[in-house]
Ligand binder design. Sequence first.
Ligand SMILES: Cc1ncc(C[n+]2csc(CCOP(=O)(O)OP(=O)(O)O)c2C)c(N)n1
Ligand SMILES: [Mg+2]
Length: 1027
Amino acid sequence: MAWFRAASGVARLALRRNLARSPYHVARAGALPRFRPARCFHSTQLRRAAPVPRPVPLSRLTDSFLDGTSSVYLEELQRAWEADPSSVDESWDNFFRNFVGQAATSPGISGQTIQESMRLLLLVRAYQVNGHMKAKLDPLGLEEREISDDLDLALYGFTEADLDREFFLGVWRMSGFLSENRPVQTLRSILERLEQAYCGTVGYEYMHIPNRDQCNWLRERIETVKPREYSQERRQVILDRLTWSTLFENFLATKWKAAKRFGLEGGETLIPGMKEMFDRAADLGVESIVIGMPHRGRLNVLGNVVRKPLRQIFSEFSGGTKPVEEGEGLYTGTGDVKYHLGTSYDRPTRGGKMIHLSLVANPSHLEAVDPVVVGKARAKQYYSNDIERTRNMGVLIHGDGSFAGQGVVYETLHLSALPNYTTGGTIHIVVNNQVAFTTDPKCGRSSQYCTDVAKALSAPIFHVNGDDVEAVVHVCELAAEWRQTFHSDVVVDVVCYRRFGHNEIDEPSFTQPKMYRVIQDHPSALELYEKQLLESERISKDDVDRMRNKVSTILEEEFINSKDYVPRKRDWLSAYWAGFKSPEQISRIRNTGTGLLHSVKPEILKRVGQAITTLPENFKPHRAIKRIFQQRAEMIESEEGIDWALAEALAFATLIVEGNHVRLSGQDVERGTFSHRHAVVHDQETGEMYCPLDHIIINQDEEMFTVSNSSLSEFGVLGFELGYSMENPNSLVLWEAQFGDFANGAQVMFDQFLSSGEAKWLRQTGLAVLLPHGYDGQGPEHSSGRVERFLQMSDDNPYIIPEMDPTLRKQIQECNWQVVNVTTPANYFHVLRRQLHRDFRKPLIVMSPKNLLRHKDCKSHLSEFDDVLGHPGFDKQGTRFKRLIKDRNDHKEIEEGIDRLILCSGKVYYELDEARKNTKRNDVAICRVEQLCPFPYDLIQRELKRYPNAEIVWCQEEPMNMGAYSYVNPRIYTAMRAISRGNIEDIKYVGRAPSAATATGFLSVHVQEQKEILHKAMQPQPIGFPF
Ligand SMILES: Cc1ncc(C[n+]2csc(CCOP(=O)(O)OP(=O)(O)O)c2C)c(N)n1
Ligand SMILES: [Mg+2]
């Protein structure tokens, strides 16, 4: 509707006859030269007012606002202008000068002339808005599109007979065509210009952008007088790049006839387009590009754009050799299919610069990689101090079906302008082959274009015919220029086709017979370009043959070399990750208390404690917040009663003191869903915000600690944080779900990336995920963080106890992630710090508490956070995260009088402890399994031995088919069996019965159920098997 608004602005001029009231009026300082490009011609403020016209009642206006009645006004206006040109608005001054000056036959201006001029203006606007509908975008010519009536001359009252009549378009305050102060032109030439600009092989969509400067910037580049013309040298480069792209696919097709490679055939111009885009971006200051893309054409991009060695690609294609590391272990994970692998390289650009390209590994799940790429790009900007966000950018390649269909596209797009998530613009390229597997666009989306989702962002969209390589190159360059100029997203939609089936062994004619009949006879983009250059004698047949031969020879040589290729380098060990250990290399277990570590004295806790509990002097927080901060200060002062939020803040603060970057994001994390964190405090009078953790060290970088409320997305935001965490290991990156159950909105991230990314792609991440969990009667959707899901995906063998000796232990390294359900603030502090105080990175899933945030017993003493011999947290080795917390009653090494050992995890512990007190069951021991995965076999066995006569019970508040039961059961059994302590039937279950929903919606039922659990756990008689 942007055009309509503008057009109605014109109408307002005529209808209201009050030029001075236009919102666009700006002051003009002096008279303008006669043909000055009109940038601010709407000024009347320094002029005498225009003649006051007679009002025209609306009822007398016919369908056109400029009928005969309006011409009276115009005649008056012209008379006034003739008497004194400065008495009318500058736009009319321009108009009269031009028209009266050119149209000798016309003694004055008739209403008809003005009307025609206005109608022409509307026509131009219609081309700007809808010209793309007429653009020749489909290489196959099969697309049936309704061309908008707006582009029909008849709608504006023109006929064939008018084509050679001359018209004056006026000079308007915008760029491009309409800004040119040109003499009258024939309608035919005006139309030719419009058709050339808007209806060629590029269709521009930008009139949805509300920003005038941005539209003008585009108009200047679209409505150019001369059509685009590349130099001979550029054409050679474009041809060379298209030759590589095309012959690469042909080569794979001949060497591996039956292999799936999801070739780019039909969309080969993507490669020259991307390369020229990157070259242009490098010219404009980009040094590093993070790329995300799906299967289609991935190998081609890897080989020709990222420049992964062809021999390596061919080697992997032939089945691949597992990579080896010289002199070190052989960890290779499970690997992945060739069209999912990522890589990174430095490559020279056409302009003589170097650009770092990294293609992020991705799963089959289309578009899931989008937020990961954007997060990684943002992290690169942080670590390279790229404040302007012009040196690092993200580029995402999409398929037409997935761009329109996958919700994560929208979730990612909506991160693009958020202060803590923006990367200064992502460039999106859609390889729009007009089919998704076997599905036609008409069944795959409801929108006109597959790119319409990007309109929500006001991103310009360039649709281009994929057969016109020069047009593809042009819009790719334009996209790079846009991104570097406006620091926002832009979309290139390469409309192409898919020469073969979804993959090379698929038969496309089963479902798209008509399309594939056309494709069969359709020449490739390379053939078309060669023909075009040969016909225009810009290149000789010899040159073409030479180019093709050169490429074929290199491909063949690389193929021969691929046979001896042995990969050596572990990707993730590059750059910031140097020195980090792979799962088969031992990483020493370190203390996480703040005592001996880095020679930091325990006083550090007090010092940072004071920093995070102090608000600026004149700051006026909410009364309740003031109290909370006072209480926190008292906790630090007295060293007692440290609660969850303060423990977390202490973990963040101490990590920052040690030079690490900490970033926490998620919905409402600044305050905290449960109003416990208050990491950002708001001045109640000024609205100003203060984040105490930004003021831990002198001159602390603003972003060193980042806490940020996110958009209301799980998939997108978790993906972003995951990408962010992968860039640099010296950062604690956390994502918090509002409630744990919302995490399933991001399930693909857990399944495809977090739990299996290291195994598939050798990429480590130490991302921590906080999932509020716990049964407190809030109903089925706010009780469970679904710990069973994470445990079920854990890859530690339930029947094999790994090496548990502290000096040899690699248990966590060898496992895919850690799942914890922590019950004390100090332990939470240590588990967060542990994430960084080790030589490897491993995802951490935390079932975080709700009611423990304020529970009277869920408190820690400050001495549990330091590392001083004799302090409560100090074990044999020092202060560390406790994987298991033994019974609080300080039992001896062997306690024969204990009849029941209850193993549990999470907040149910406090209820069990209370019930034990109430029932005086001093013969019951309760141990908390704080780290569920990987399973603490050594500590479980220690406790089993401590209570030789105890009945062993697993107690949980979740239903039997949920919670940790299924996970711990075989593992407890394995621990028991190894010390001859009975079999699986000796493990009793106390908890809720199996259930479809996670919890009851009735509070009274919840209370009753909870009571029964506690009652059973403390019942005097033995518990039957299994419950
Ligand atoms: C999330 C997800 N759903 C389904 C699939 C299965 N799938 C693989 S390719 C494909 C079609 C993709 O179409 P499009 O995005 O147009 O890409 P093209 O293959 O045409 O390049 C589908 C449905 C998938 N890989 N990921
Ligand atoms: Mg497609």
